[in-house]
Design a protein around this ligand. Structure first.
Ligand code: HEM
Length: 502
């Protein structure tokens, strides 16, 4: 096994960490876990520590992993290897609830918010107060808002083209998506796109927060205890102590203040300029709606900021990086865009852009290789048990779908690591469509799927119609990523920009 030494050093590192904090119950649990699993089983667990490298080294063992589930070991993650099996678990009204060990420790806030609500029925009730704002029709209604921010982004590109400055697109895309989701959430400008060089402090804090997530997943009690202590220190000391935890605090305070301001503006009848918190702040109790407590609203806002910013921005990074690498793909895309927008500065809407076959293929392929939530999405087998992966799985076992594993399945996607939009243009894409689970499925499907689609089409369509881009010293190492609930690349995508002349 090529990655055996990597695994044993990882195991040694884990044990060392466990030793350091062995006075805490977290470490006890992990210690027991490590002493009971063999290397094969560590491979099954490995995707919880995903990086782009560790994933590629470990996938070849996925099939064996399913066969090696010990039936008496109730906390093993098994990968569901066919889309039929994932449909059993990830369906509307599923009885496979979210696994607390992943979802209760994300650090999105102390309270039960949508993302961390485990039980399907409870989550659906909560989610139904958001869904009217994220349906395709609702997103079409707020399309002018999205288009406004796309235009602002294009103006910044224009400035960079005139000055010859290098643009950090990783930051730029995050500013764009953050401005969209935060404006839609609060009807107040965030101003991220206005920041010089796209360096916006809240997004740097969000990055810091994201870097605490793996620690929280593995050592929830230790990190929480540290967090509690640090919170009472003066801000300056806090920063010196541990920047990421201070960042978490900053993100939570920002979201809490935005909710408090929104509450002050209530009660407003559902306005014609909606905020996604309208129903929650003006609930119709006869329909079973309610106003969650402030900590829950705060956590929901942070969830929207993280889920609505980094995911779509990462997909845009994957699209642009891979396109620029292959000029013939850009040529084909631009030729198609010229047909839909006669001048470089022309505009078109989401509905029309979505009809362009090649742009559509680029969006699909970028989603396939950007993974949204790249780690496992663990669910607990209900008390009835289940028959999955060819065997009976006892109640309480944790099973998981990983869209990263699905999106790379060589049985469905030929040369799966290659960026090939053409694969979506052949007549037979239905198996690929069924197999691609970038937004998950069923009751816990991504809330922001249509918003993400609108942002992807509008941004990529207008960007490639108006500008020519060239990488500025970006290597493939910059594009390696780590799983922090969302993928975060290790470097940034920097480009030179030129106006298109025709
Ligand atoms: C390319 C963009 C995106 C991708 C690939 C993506 C992917 C996903 C995936 C795979 C999940 C399931 C996670 C799990 O079960 O652990 C999810 C959930 C979620 N996403 Fe997205 N997402 C994207 C954009 C967005 C946007 C723009 C929003 C903003 C509203 C958003 C909000 C959410 C929320 C709130 C959930 C939790 C839903 C629930 O727990 O029921 N996502 N997303």
């Amino acid at each position: 096994m090529s990655n055996a030494s990597e695994l044993s050093s990882l195991a040694a590192l884990r044990i060392l960490l466990l030793g350091l904090i062995s006075f805490l119950p977290d470490s006890l649990v992990l210690g027991l876990l490590l002493s009971q699993v063999s290397t094969e089983q560590i491979l099954i667990l490995e995707p919880t520590l995903l990086t782009s490298r560790s994933y590629l080294n470990s996938t070849t063992n996925m099939d064996q992993s399913c066969e090696s589930i010990p039936t008496n070991f109730t906390s093993v993650i098994s990968m569901l290897t066919t889309s039929k099996q994932s449909h059993l678990v990830f369906k509307v009204g599923t009885k496979f609830h979210k696994d607390p060990s992943r979802y209760s420790n994300t650090g999105l806030g102390p309270s039960i918010h949508l993302f961390s609500t485990l039980e399907t029925k409870q989550a659906v009730a909560h989610k139904s107060m958001f869904t009217p704002f994220f349906s395709p029709e609702a997103i079409r209604r707020v399309e002018p808002l999205i288009q406004d921010f796309v235009n602002k982004f294009m103006d910044k590109m224009h400035t960079a083209a005139s000055s010859g400055n290098v643009v950090n697109l990783s930051q730029g895309f995050r500013c764009l998506t953050a401005d969209v989701i935060m404006n839609y959430s609060f009807q107040r400008p965030l101003g991220a796109l206005e920041a010089s060089d796209f360096e916006f402090p809240l997004l740097n804090a969000l990055d810091g927060f994201a870097h605490t997530i793996q620690w929280r997943l593995y050592f929830p009690n230790a990190v929480e205890a540290l967090f509690q202590i640090i919170q009472v220190l003066p801000a300056k000391m806090m920063a010196g102590f541990m920047e990421p935890l201070r960042s978490t605090q900053e993100c939570l305070s920002f979201c809490r203040n935005r909710i408090l301001d929104l509450k002050k503006r209530s009660p407003s009848p559902l306005s014609n300029v909606p905020t996604v918190f309208d129903i929650m702040l003006n609930p119709n109790t006869s329909k079973g709606q309610w106003t969650p407590e402030l900590p829950t609203l705060t956590s929901d806002a942070l969830m929207l900021l993280l889920a609505g910013t980094n995911t779509t921005a990462h997909t845009l990074v994957v699209a642009v990086y891979n396109l620029i690498h292959s000029p013939h793909l850009v040529q084909r895309l631009v030729a198609e865009l010229r047909g839909a927008m006669s001048e470089p500065c022309s505009q078109n809407d989401w509905a029309n852009l979505e009809k362009l076959p090649y742009l559509r293929a680029v969006v699909k392929e970028s989603l396939r290789l950007s993974y949204g939530a790249p780690g496992p999405l663990p669910r607990v087998v209900p008390p009835t048990g289940a028959f999955l992966a060819g065997q009976h799985i006892p109640p309480g076992t944790v099973v998981s779908l990983s869209n990263l594993v699905y999106n790379h399945d060589p049985r469905v996607f030929e040369n799966p690591t290659q960026f090939r939009p053409e694969r979506w243009l052949s007549g037979t894409t239905s198996e690929m469509e069924r197999h691609m689970v970038s937004f998950s499925r069923g009751s816990r499907i991504c809330l922001g799927m249509d918003l993400a689609y609108a942002e992807l089409y509008l941004t990529l369509g207008h960007l490639f119609r108006r500008y020519q881009l060239e990488l500025s010293g970006v290597t493939s190492a910059d594009m390696e990523w780590d799983d922090m609930l969302v993928p975060i690349t290790r470097g940034t995508l920097r480009v030179h920009v030129k106006e298109s002349t025709m």
